[in-house]
Design a protein around this ligand. Structure first.
Ligand SMILES: *Cc1c(COP(=O)(O)O)cnc(C)c1O
Length: 377
C-alpha cells in the first residue's frame, strides 16, 4: 500500500506535469511574471466555469476577504456576523479593518453558520454577513440571502473551501458556491480543492461596479496610473501560479468527483458504527466537494483516537480545536458560552481524515478499519 498522506500534491502533479511545466517555461521565456497573459486567461476561464461576471485574482484568500470588505466600503464599528467555527482568517480581516466581528454558533450537522443564530445577532449596526462554506459544503444561502434582503445587509461568501460546489436554491436555480452573495473570496493555497504551488486567491462578484472598485483596490487604489483615488493594497496573483491553476481548473470537476468517491467509501465503512457520525449532505439543498472529510466521534474518544492514528502513521487534522470566541485576540465581553453550545461540542468531537484526489480504495479501507477497531474497543 502507498504511504498515506493527508493531501497528495505530488501524485496529482504527475497527472498535469507536462502542461504545468510548459506553462512555466512559457512564462520564463516571456518574462511576464506579474499580470501576464496566463493571469488574464485564468481569470476568464474561472469566470466561465463559475458563471460569474467578474473574477479578480489576488495574492491569497485572506487578502481576498479583506479586499472584498474594503470594496463594500464598510466603516469602523460596522458589525459583521460570521461563524464561530471556522479558520481565523475570516474574523481576522474583519478585526483588521476595525469592523466589529460578531461570532455566532453553527449548525451541528453541516458545521455551517446557523441562520437562526444570525437573526438573533442582528442589531442596527449590523452591515454584513460572512457565511463560510466549511469543509466544502455551501451554507444555507436561501435563508441567508432572505435575512440579508430583509435587513439590508451585504453577504460576503468565504468560499475558500467550497470551490466547484453547486447550490440548488428553492426557486430551482443552480449556482456555484461563491456566486450567490454580493461578493465572495476564495483561496488557492496548495491544499485547497483548486490549489496552486504557492499563495493565491480571488474575489468573485456579479456586480460590475463593485468589481471595478476592487480592481483598483488590489492595485494601490489606482484607477488611472499614478492617481490614487482610494487607499488600496498590493495584492497580485503571479503568472506561475496562474499557469498551475489553469491546468487544475480544467480538471476541477474530476478532482471533486474523486473526493466525493473517497467520501462515499469512507461513509460506507463507518455506517454501522454507532459512535461515529459521518458528514451530512444537507438534503437536495446543496452539494459537497469534501475539502475535508470530517467525522464526529460521539463516545469521548476523539483525543485518544488522534493519538492512536499518530502511532499508526495515519495523518489526520483537527479542524478546528478552539472556537474563535475563545481565542485571545477575539475575546468580547458580549459573548456568552451558552450561545456557543454547538461549536463548544464540535471542537471536542471532530476529526478530519486524509482527503485528496489520489486516495486509493485500499488506503481508505485500512484507515476506516483502524478507526472502527479503535473506537469500538
Ligand atoms: C484557507 C482559508 C482562508 C485563507 O486563505 P489563505 O489563502 O491561506 O490566505 C480563509 N478562509 C477559510 C475558511 C480558509 O479555509
Amino acid at each position: 500500500m502507498k504511504k498515506i498522506q493527508m493531501v497528495d500534491l505530488k501524485g496529482q502533479y504527475e497527472g498535469i506535469k507536462n502542461e504545468v511545466n510548459q506553462g512555466m517555461q512559457e512564462i520564463l521565456e516571456e518574462t511576464s511574471f506579474i499580470n501576464g497573459p496566463h493571469v488574464y486567461a485564468f481569470q476568464k476561464e474561472l469566470e466561465e466555469y463559475l458563471g460569474v461576471r467578474n473574477v479578480i485574482p489576488c495574492a491569497n484568500g485572506t487578502d481576498a476577504l479583506q479586499i472584498a470588505m474594503m470594496g463594500l466600503r464598510l466603516k469602523p464599528g460596522d458589525e459583521v456576523i460570521t461563524a464561530d467555527f471556522t479558520f481565523a482568517a475570516t474574523v481576522e480581516v474583519i478585526a483588521l479593518l476595525q469592523l466589529t466581528p460578531v461570532l455566532v454558533d453553527v449548525d451541528p450537522e453541516t458545521f455551517n453558520i446557523d441562520p437562526e443564530e444570525i437573526k438573533k445577532a442582528i442589531t442596527p449596526n449590523t452591515k454584513a454577513i460572512v457565511p463560510v462554506h466549511l469543509f466544502g459544503q455551501t451554507s444555507n444561502m436561501d435563508e441567508i440571502m432572505e435575512i440579508a434582503r430583509e435587513h439590508d445587509l451585504f453577504v460576503i461568501e468565504d468560499n475558500a473551501q467550497a470551490i466547484g460546489a453547486n447550490y440548488h436554491s428553492k426557486d430551482g436555480k443552480t449556482q456555484k458556491a461563491g456566486t450567490i452573495g454580493d461578493v465572495a473570496a476564495t483561496s488557492f493555497f496548495p491544499s485547497k480543492n483548486l490549489g496552486c504551488y504557492g499563495d493565491g486567491g480571488a474575489i468573485f462578484t456579479n456586480n460590475d461596479e463593485l468589481a471595478h472598485t476592487i480592481r483598483g483596490i488590489v492595485n494601490h487604489g489606482m484607477y488611472e496610473r499614478y492617481h490614487h483615488d482610494v487607499v488600496g493594497v498590493n495584492s497580485r496573483l503571479d503568472s506561475f501560479q496562474a499557469a498551475v491553476l489553469r491546468a487544475k481548473l480544467k480538471r476541477l470537476d474530476i478532482y471533486n468527483e474523486a473526493r466525493k468517491k473517497a467520501a462515499i467509501s469512507y461513509s460506507e465503512a463507518f455506517k454501522e458504527n454507532e459512535h461515529i457520525v459521518t458528514p451530512v449532505r444537507s438534503g437536495d439543498c446543496d452539494t459537497h466537494v469534501y475539502h475535508q472529510y470530517t467525522l464526529k466521534i460521539k463516545n469521548g474518544k476523539r483525543d485518544a483516537l488522534a493519538k492512536h492514528l499518530q502511532e499508526k502513521g495515519i495523518p489526520f487534522g483537527i479542524y478546528y480545536p478552539i472556537p474563535l470566541h475563545r481565542q485571545k485576540a477575539y475575546l468580547d465581553e458580549r459573548y456568552q458560552e451558552k450561545n456557543f453550545s454547538v461549536t463548544n461540542k464540535l471542537v471536542e468531537e471532530v476529526i478530519s481524515l486524509p482527503m485528496h484526489t489520489e486516495l486509493e480504495e485500499e488506503q481508505i479501507k485500512y484507515i476506516a478499519k483502524t478507526i472502527n477497531d479503535f473506537v469500538n474497543a
